[in-house]
Design a protein around this ligand. Structure first.
Ligand code: PEP
Ligand code: MN
Length: 264
């Protein structure tokens, strides 16, 4: 298989301008769950960048559990995140939920995020494969490692080798955390595939105070990067406020992340 280490023994490095993902350094991605407005995403970009992030995250198309919940600012949000990322010399990662909006999302972003709920949306995977753009493939809510690798195969068979995996927790019998962050998946994936792997401790645990220790553990697990949710005022966030870090918590976490990075 094209995703396997056997096919390609060396690590694949994804290059986006001057940014390299998977080259042995840690790529930090941070930003809000949802883009809520220009001022909010600008403030998130400032906080993210000061902590050392080079990629700004934020959703404009949101896969919400309830159809009555906020669904995202769509193109207006995409414009805001692009403007904020450019102002702080950062790259943009944002989710594309369907083929119908792929062209639109691709126009404003640097990395296309495939959400956990779409891990096995094979037509969407083939469509993002055809763009040739960097794709961050989140692990499905109940996705096995084998299913995850096969999902990536749908992207790579379109000739797109710019794929990174995102471990974001899986559903288990444990309810104390939102999901169970499967950090053992990181070294397992490293043996099975040449593509970079990013850890998302925010969706992995769902609880703000539990995010920093799992972010540090993510670095220790050998991940190529982290993606975390931050918000200037987490208690007012339109989505995922409970797992979003404020400026102080994020800055403190990043200090520890950088220490672990040097130790690795
Ligand atoms: C997100 O990144 O905000 C998100 C919806 O993630 P996931 O698809 O992992 O649930
Ligand atoms: Mn979220």
């Amino acid at each position: 298989k094209l995703t396997s280490r056997e096919f390609h023994p060396e690590n694949t490095v994804i290059e986006i301008g001057n940014l390299k993902i998977g080259d042995g350094s840690m790529t930090m991605m941070a930003g809000p769950c949802s883009i809520e407005g220009l001022e909010q995403i600008m403030e998130c970009a400032r906080i993210a960048k000061e902590g050392g992030a080079t990629v700004l995250r934020g959703g404009a198309f949101k896969p919400r559990t309830s159809p009555y919940a906020f669904q995202g600012l769509e193109e207006e949000g995409l414009k805001y995140i692009r403007e904020a990322a450019d102002a702080y010399d950062m790259k943009v990662i944002t989710e594309v939920m369907d083929e119908a909006n792929l062209e639109l999302v691709a126009k404003y972003s640097d990395i296309l995020q495939i959400g956990a709920r779409n891990m096995q949306n094979f037509k969407l995977l083939q469509a993002v494969g055809k763009t040739g753009m960097p794709v961050a493939l989140k692990r499905g809510i109940s996705g096995t490692i084998d299913e995850w690798l096969n999902a990536a195969e749908y992207i790579v068979t379109q000739g797109n080798f710019n794929v990174m995996f995102v471990e974001r927790g899986i559903r288990t019998y444990e309810t104390a955390t939102r999901n169970t962050l499967d950090l053992s998946a990181v070294p397992v994936m490293k043996t099975l595939t040449h593509f970079p792997i990013i850890v998302d401790p925010s969706h992995g645990v769902g609880i703000r105070e539990i995010v920093p220790p799992m972010a540090v553990a993510g670095v220790a697990s050998g991940a190529d990067g982290l993606i975390v949710e931050i918000h200037p005022e987490p208690e007012k966030a339109w989505s995922d406020g409970a797992q979003s870090l404020d400026e102080a918590l994020y800055a403190n976490m990043m200090k520890k992340v950088h220490i672990m990075e040097k130790a690795m």
